[in-house]
Design a protein. Structure first.
Length: 195
């Protein structure tokens, strides 16, 4: 059975989004500042152009992923990535408003435990990635996460949404970093959740 992971691209002051879902242009500059093209599976998302170090890490990690868990907010914000997540794997969407089924997406309204269980079932021996923000917080509080990844970018947003906003179980300790990769405009950090 694979691991359950989460993470996000984060500013130096700890935010994965600025006020009112702003700042993504600054947070994700590293997605287009390199010479290595990494195509995605979504027809609505252009290929990434990463530094060699970032491309190598993402291609390795993405190859180990069998399913994703995201919240309804991100699903709506991206318009369901045009029908396919860029990673090309099935997506479990945790929501209070069940829509009609769509290919490549499974909608769950029974909580984070049910969403992660469904994603594990879909992923088989591969990893499950839980999207950052509320989903990451809920999974951490439920004891479901094995590893955290942070893509740290050199920008200050001043305020916004932290990776683990309103965390109900503190303190939480991690082992590591167990891996550090320096890309262009981003430092990739990986930590294990301490049990």
């Amino acid at each position: 059975m694979g691991k359950v992971l989460t993470g996000g691209t984060m500013s130096l002051d700890g935010f994965i989004a600025g006020p009112g879902d702003s700042g993504f242009d600054l947070l994700f500059q590293w997605y287009g500042n390199g010479d290595v093209e990494v195509p995605g599976a979504s027809p609505n998302v252009p290929p990434l152009r990463l530094s060699k170090a970032s491309a190598g890490l993402l291609q390795e990690e993405w190859g180990d992923v069998g399913a994703l868990v995201v919240g309804r907010h991100l699903y709506d914000l991206t318009n369901g990535w045009g029908g396919m997540h860029p990673m090309g794997v099935p997506v479990v969407v945790l929501t209070h408003r069940l829509p009609e089924d769509r290919p490549n997406f499974v909608f769950v309204d029974e909580g984070i435990e049910a969403a992660v269980a469904k994603a594990r079932e879909i992923a088989g021996d591969k990893d499950v990635v839980v999207n950052g923000g509320q989903m990451a917080r809920q999974a951490l509080e439920a004891g479901l996460l094995d590893e955290i990844g942070v893509e740290l970018v050199p920008v200050l947003l001043g305020s916004g949404t932290p990776l683990f906003a309103d965390l109900g179980v503190t303190p939480v300790q991690f082992d590591g970093p167990v891996r550090i990769v320096e890309g262009t405009g981003v430092t990739h950090l990986r930590y294990r959740v301490r049990r």
